[in-house]
Write a protein of this length. Structure first.
Length: 148
């Protein structure tokens, strides 16, 4: 069992360390601690810590509010390699949090074309591809989920 809670500024270095793990690979562009600090300070950005029932930090999620479109960007999720397998549960909790705390009716995300596992999970969770764009040598797919 896991839970989400608002992240603490003191956890940002740990988030950065998680991004250096080998399973992250080409799926996530690592952020510097300074970039995490800057985004953490942004009033439209929310960092959520994923915590085990023993209160161990197992990962994190970054959400960005887009109030003009009543949507929430699911900007980042990273699960520590020791806790892989909890991603879908974390996403479900994130969706509940987004609808409850922000009142959004849409959550969207982007994912690189080489992240087949991520796309499979997003589609399994009810997200549908709505756009794509080329970024350098890679294609970025955009997915969304509408909540009634």
């Amino acid at each position: 069992m896991i839970k989400l809670r608002k992240a603490r500024r003191s956890e940002l270095k740990k988030f950065h360390q998680m991004e250096q793990q080998s399973h992250v690979g080409d799926f996530l562009d690592p952020h510097s601690v300074e970039l995490h600090q800057s985004r953490f300070a942004d009033s439209k950005t929310v960092y959520l810590s994923i915590e085990t029932e023993k209160k161990v930090l197992a990962g994190y999620i970054v959400l960005v509010e887009h109030s003009a479109s009543n949507s929430l960007e699911f900007a980042r999720v990273l699960i520590d390699q020791s806790y892989r397998g909890i991603g879908q549960q974390a996403m479900k909790l994130m969706e509940e949090y987004g609808v409850r705390e922000f009142g959004v009716n849409r959550i969207w995300l982007d994912v690189y074309e080489n992240n087949a596992r991520g796309m499979h999970v997003y589609e399994k969770m009810g997200y549908r591809r709505f756009n794509q764009k080329k970024t350098g040598e890679r294609i970025l797919y955009f997915y969304e989920k509408i909540f009634d």
